[in-house]
Design a protein around this ligand. Structure first.
Ligand SMILES: [Zn+2]
Length: 167
């Protein structure tokens, strides 16, 4: 085994989101995890969009799934360089990725508006919920998505994970 293989093998993979103290945060919040520069110089901003308090409250899968479809619709036009917003397996929030540098404040403002738009959405306004368009088209709840959106807006969205600093 050469030196390079040896070091790659012994180097531990550190995943930032697993090093976060999930008891120390105060949800709902948007946190900039990091900005990463690719080999050609492009920058990607990576956000922790935490909607419920970890290990206390979890969004049911149907509501989370509909929120995912609605955030794709409502966040994209608000965020320059929007790449993706995908739900966490723990069902407490989403991972948001965008090209370029974007602040947690601006991402939180966009999220707030997207949740306000969610509150006004009728079933015709939910994108991609036909069988052909979705991998689990029966597992949706617009009513649930709206109820969570209302609750999150009522609590307020912070642009700081550890101190309540509402946008
Ligand atoms: Zn889907």
């Amino acid at each position: 085994m050469n030196e390079k293989t040896e070091s790659a093998k012994t180097q531990e993979t550190v995943i930032e989101s697993f090093t976060l103290d999930h008891d120390a945060v105060k949800a709902p919040y948007v946190r900039l995890i990091d900005t990463t520069q690719g080999p050609k110089g492009d920058i990607i901003s990576n956000f922790d969009v935490r909607l419920t308090q970890p290990n206390e409250e979890f969004i049911d899968t149907a509501s989370l799934h509909t929120l995912e479809h609605l955030l794709a619709k409502y966040l994209r036009p608000q965020i320059d360089g929007y790449i993706d917003c995908s739900p966490y397996g723990c069902r407490t929030g989403f991972h948001l990725l965008a090209w370029g540098e974007l602040s947690a404040h601006d991402a939180a403002v966009a999220l707030k508006k997207a949740l306000e738009q969610t509150m006004e959405t009728t079933i015709e306004g939910v994108p991609g919920i036909a069988r052909k368009e979705c991998g689990n088209y029966l597992d949706h709840s617009l009513e649930g998505a709206k109820s969570w959106a209302g609750k999150i807006l009522e609590q307020g969205i912070s642009d700081d994970a550890f101190e309540r600093h509402l946008v």
